[in-house]
Structures are given as structure tokens and as C-alpha cells.
Design a protein around this ligand. Structure first.
Ligand code: PMV
Length: 308
């Protein structure tokens, strides 16, 4: 039996401005994870059991564009596995789906690692990451590559679209509280709305994106230097700029304010906005009380995670 696990991810700084070439920062969320367990099967076939998505099926009965089938088929093609072995594959994930936490990329990475190592093919992290990016492209068109990179290396990533994806070190661990509004919002819609603003007055929005880019740049230095207490103010500034872009919402603002009022060092929305998640920088001992304040303010779920 071969077991593999991959974390979730969250964007700390720079969403939206990253679409316009400014840097963004994303970090792994190790508190939630996708776990895959591969074993030899006595029955002929590849039997997939993924109770979270109510999937119990043999590989050949799935459509070829099914996310899990496409990982297995493309991986076996890449590794030239022929004939296909008989396997049992169990997939469990505690990463909330479709909420900007990278659940799809985490399943891809954990499944790729478990399968390749069970079949004695050694894949480097670089190879896993490149393969996971190809899978992301199949399902998301033009993904940035942030999700697969953060999740493969389980390290923070500094990212400039089309130019640079770098992992970097954390000087000292810090605690992030994630609050979910429970509202599903399409990232492509908020991205589209920001584009309309930008088209209408490019110089104004380029200045706003520059400010966000400077925040991401500074945040990386602050994290590397282990001075994470300085991240709170950067989060607050980044949230104000996202509000200007019109991608916050009353629900997100309410959670951000509740976190600050309950003692968080700083807070902002995370990801596409309008719904989805917000994040707060908190002192570890205060996390439970602030999480409770978020629930009172309408959060549907909170996740506390230590970065580093
Ligand atoms: O969908 P999420 O939460 O991983 O983040 C979207 C980030 C955006 O900057 C809004 C869009 C993008 O493609 O970078």
C-alpha cells in the first residue's frame, strides 16, 4: 500500500493585481489535505473510491475528461505504464471544494505521487509539479500555476504571472485563520468586472495594482525575516485596495471587521472575492476566540492553520 497526502493553499496577498503582472503570495494550508492510498487489487481493473464526491467506480466506466480519470490516464501515458495494473485507489479530502483552497490540485498531486511511487517510478517534485500544471490546464483553461506549485512543494510561493514562480523560506511560523462566507462566487466574474474598470481608466487602476504589488513584495521580505506581526497592516491595506476594486462584499467586510474587532492583527478577503474566504493574521492562542467571533458574524466554517 502506498499513501500520499497534499495540503490546500490560500492566497495571502496580490489577488486580482496578479492578473496584471504584479506579484502575489500564496501559502500551503496544511490543516486540510487530500489523502490518497493506492494498493494492489485482486479484482481486475482500477477501482476508485472517493466518498467525498460520492465516486465508487472502475476507471473505464468514467468519462475521459473526469478529473480523476484524466490524472490516471495522462500519468500512465506519461510513464508509459502498459498494460494497466489492477489497483484500488482511495481518495479522501478535507479540503472544501470550489472555495479557492486548491482542492483539485491537491488531489492531483497526492494521486500522482501515490501512483508513481506505488508503481516504482520515481518522479521529482519538478516533474510532479509540471504534470499537475498540465492537469490544471485541462480543467481550468489558463491557470496561473500557483495552486500546483504551492501544493507540490508545500511551501510559500512568490508568483509573477508568466514570469516567475519561486518558493521561499519562512523566518518564523505564523497563524492564519480562514473564514468562509459560504457564498459561492465565480472568480472569472470578479476578474471580468475588474477588467472593465481597468479598461475604463487604465492609469488609475495601474496605480492601484502597483500598490498591491508593493504590498506582496514587502510581505515576502517580512515573512522571510520572521517579522510576521507586520503582515497584519499589509493585509488591511490590501483589503482596502480590493474593496476599491469592487471585489469585496458586505459579508466579506463583516467577517474582516469582526476578525479585527476580536483581536486579529489584520484581515482581508482572499482569492476571487464577492464570496468565498477571508483570512486573518492571529496570535495562535487567540485563534479559537477569533474563530468564534467569525462564526457569530456569519462565517459558515473556519480553518486555523500555521504557516511554516
Ligand atoms: O480562485 P482563487 O481563490 O484561487 O484566486 C483567484 C485569484 C485571482 O487573482 C482573482 C484570479 C487569478 O487567476 O489569479
Amino acid at each position: 500500500m502506498t499513501i500520499s497526502s497534499a495540503p490546500g493553499k490560500i492566497i495571502l496577498f496580490g489577488e486580482h493585481a496578479v492578473v496584471y503582472g504584479r506579484p502575489a503570495l500564496a501559502v500551503p494550508v496544511t490543516h486540510v489535505h487530500a489523502d490518497v492510498d493506492v494498493s494492489d487489487s485482486a479484482r481486475v481493473g482500477i477501482w476508485i473510491d472517493a466518498p467525498d464526491v460520492d465516486l465508487h467506480a472502475e476507471l473505464n466506466t468514467l468519462p475521459s475528461d473526469h478529473p480523476i480519470a484524466s490524472v490516471i490516464n495522462n500519468l500512465f501515458f506519461l510513464l508509459r505504464v502498459s498494460p494497466f495494473p489492477s489497483l484500488n485507489i482511495k481518495i479522501n479530502s478535507t479540503i472544501p471544494v470550489a472555495s479557492g483552497l486548491g482542492s483539485g490540485a491537491a488531489v492531483t498531486v497526492a494521486l500522482t505521487r501515490a501512483l508513481s511511487s506505488h508503481l516504482n517510478y520515481s518522479m521529482t517534485d519538478e516533474e510532479i509539479n509540471a504534470f499537475a500544471y498540465e492537469i490544471e490546464k485541462l480543467h481550468h483553461g489558463t491557470p496561473s500555476g500557483v495552486d500546483n506549485t504551492v501544493i507540490t512543494y508545500a511551501r510559500p510561493v512568490y508568483f509573477i504571472k508568466g514570469q516567475r514562480i519561486e518558493t521561499f523560506k519562512i523566518g518564523a511560523p505564523f497563524t492564519i485563520l480562514i473564514g468562509d462566507t459560504g457564498i459561492s462566487a465565480l472568480t472569472r466574474e470578479s476578474v471580468h468586472d475588474v477588467r472593465r474598470l481597468w479598461l475604463y481608466d487604465k492609469s488609475r487602476w495601474e496605480t492601484v495594482f502597483d500598490k498591491v504589488g508593493e504590498i506582496s513584495f514587502t510581505a515576502r521580505r517580512v515573512i522571510e525575516a520572521g517579522k510576521s506581526e507586520m503582515l497584519g497592516e499589509l493585509m488591511n491595506e490590501n483589503h482596502a485596495l480590493l474593496q476599491k476594486m469592487g471585489v469585496s462584499s458586505p459579508e466579506l467586510d463583516k467577517l474582516v471587521e469582526a476578525a479585527r474587532a476580536a483581536g486579529a492583527t489584520g484581515a482581508k478577503l482572499s482569492g476571487g472575492g464577492r464570496g468565498g474566504n477571508m483570512i486573518a493574521l492571529v496570535e495562535k492562542e487567540r485563534a479559537p476566540a477569533i474563530a468564534e467571533a467569525l462564526m457569530t458574524a456569519g462565517a459558515k466554517r473556519t480553518i486555523t492553520t500555521t504557516v511554516g
